[in-house]
Ligand binder design. Structure first.
Ligand code: MCA
Ligand code: AMP
Length: 469
């Protein structure tokens, strides 16, 4: 029951909150949200899937909430999406309409606008827990992004497990400034707040100043956000009055952890997960928070650590293995991609995360890295090297290319493209960067394009990415 806390009966019983959701300069009370979102539900009912351009606005919140009330799966489209990626998402998902904001090029789909001031008090029955809530596109090492199908049951299980781990209650005010097209900002931040019934504040840009001004109890951020907060002593000090600072989506550097402790008095909670699995591991509100470690399995989660031969490795805090997870929050497979699904999700429910980890005797997990150099994490965004390479090869100035994530103090990794220019056109780095932004998403643009005479290759002709530094 995803939206119990939005039940109009609860609102009518006096549980209204004047500032349930604050986003993009608009504040919605709980009854505003229920009334306006139910009116959205009335207009999308019957659609098989709708696309939502996930800008951080009240329109997006109402579009998503309305789709959830109606039981229509939504497809969050990155707010900064480019032409090729948008076309892929629309075609692959089979979305029938845009709900809410419209992109510059709607790609021929009809538009269902969201009316902020419309109200309906119709009571919808809660859809079946196995019904899909959304299809969210995420990058793999190669090829176009895949649509991750997630059920209402999975979302509810994850939020409830996090509520237990973090002592998250309706008394909290949750603050973040993250995108609403990924699990972190959308599922945990927005849907979490709707289910728990706490106040939700979206800060717009997740700048240290905006976090400091938001007066929250529970703050979410990716490590880049926490690193910027920790570098701003005044802003960080303002978070001392919060209850819990939570970091995830990428490794939190130990010096950032230590500096947050020093300035705010709070050891951040770290948690780990993915678009496919939702959050599966976390340190606890009332447990040990160890720098560099992402905690214990959440309620209902099992993990296993296997060597290359598929045998278990010891939980000694040192031996590295491939991390698999199992639990009620896992996805239902990639849309239209049975083979890709079977590669990572076993029939008995184990999900191969693609991460390597260690576990200690107490069950604490530390993520050591990823199996593939071709999945890059930059600013918490997951970016497939192959997708950017294919896009750059589509530019006439590019003969050969290798994209890598190089270490970056601010972003964790920054995207760098090593390009061998073709003779057909002049290779101008800024133009190539812009080309990626126009085709894929602004956040997938390489930070740097380096023109090189040749790429390092082994005897088989395979590019030796580890030599690109
Ligand atoms: C110039 N800029 C560029 C480039 N060149 N940006 C990107 N690539 C380039 N080549 C510009 C930007 O447009 C921006 O301009 C300015 O430089 C500053 O950019 P940047 O340093 O990137 O700062 P930012 O734009 O503020 O981004 C940092 C960020 C962002 C806010 C941390 O990366 C972010 O929102 N990350 C969150 C990702 C996330 O939520 N991931 C969750 C997925 P201008 O200022 O004009 O705009 S993981 C997940 O969901 C799982 C389940 C989990 O575990 O959580
Ligand atoms: P995404 O699907 O965008 O959520 O990316 C999932 C990946 O992000 C995981 O497989 C990990 O590689 C990485 N990740 C998420 N949270 C953490 C964390 N707390 N520490 C280290 N890596 C993380």
């Amino acid at each position: 029951m995803l939206l119990t806390s939005l039940n109009p009966a609860v609102v009518a019983a006096g549980a209204d909150i004047a500032d349930a959701v604050t986003i993009g300069g608009t504040t919605l009370s709980r009854s505003d949200l229920v009334g306006a979102a139910t009116s959205v539900a009335e207009r999308v009912g019957g659609a098989s899937r709708v696309a939502v351009l996930a800008t951080p606005t009240a329109t997006t919140v109402l579009a998503i909430t309305g789709a959830l009330i109606a039981g229509v799966p939504f497809v969050p489209v990155p707010a900064d999406v480019g032409a090729a990626e948008r076309a892929h998402i629309l075609t692959d998902s089979g979305a029938q309409a845009w709900l809410g904001e419209l992109p510059a090029d709607p790609g021929g789909l009809p538009h269902v606008p969201v009316r902020l001031h419309a109200r309906s008090w119709h009571r919808y029955a809660e859809p079946h827990p196995d019904a899909p809530a959304y299809v969210m596109y995420t990058s793999g090492t190669t090829g176009a992004p895949k649509g991750v199908q997630t059920s209402r049951r999975a979302i509810a299980a994850d939020i409830d497990a996090l509520s237990a781990a973090w002592a998250w209650t309706p008394d909290d005010t949750l603050v973040h400034g993250l995108p609403l097209f990924h699990v972190h900002g959308l599922v945990l931040g927005l849907l979490g707040s709707l289910r728990i019934g706490n106040r939700f504040v979206h800060t717009g840009k997740p700048s240290p100043q905006n976090y400091a001004a938001a007066n929250g109890t529970l703050y979410f951020g990716v490590p880049t956000v926490w690193s910027r907060v920790a570098a701003d002593r005044q802003a960080a000090a303002a978070l001392s009055s919060a209850r819990l600072l939570v970091s995830g989506s990428a490794p939190l550097p130990v010096p950032v952890f230590d500096r947050l402790v020093e300035i705010t008095g709070h050891a951040p909670v770290e948690r780990y997960g993915s678009t496919e699995s939702l959050i599966t591991l976390s340190t606890l509100a009332d447990g040990e928070r160890r720098p560099g470690w992402v905690g214990l399995p959440l309620d209902g989660v099992q993990t296993r650590l296997l060597d290359d031969a598929g045998d278990p490795v010891p939980h000694d805090g040192e031996t590295i293995g491939h991390l698999h997870v199992r639990g009620p929050m896992l996805f239902d497979g990639y849309l239209n991609r049975a083979e890709a699904t079977a590669d990572v999700l076993a029939a008995d429910g184990w999900y191969r995360t693609g991460d390597v980890a260690v576990v200690d005797e107490a069950g604490m997990h530390r993520i050591v890295g990823r199996e593939s150099v071709d999945l890059i994490k930059s600013g918490g965004y997951r970016i497939g090297a192959g997708e950017i390479e294919t896009t750059l090869l589509g530019h006439p100035a590019v003969a050969e290319v290798a994209v890598v994530g190089l270490p970056d103090d601010d972003l964790g990794q920054r995207i760098v493209a090593f390009v061998v220019a073709s003779t057909a056109a002049e290779a101008v780095p800024d133009e190539l960067i812009e080309h990626v932004g126009q085709q894929l998403s602004a956040h997938k643009r390489p930070r740097e394009v380096r023109l090189v005479a040749a790429l390092p290759r082994n005897a088989m002709g395979k590019v030796l990415k580890k030599e690109l530094t």
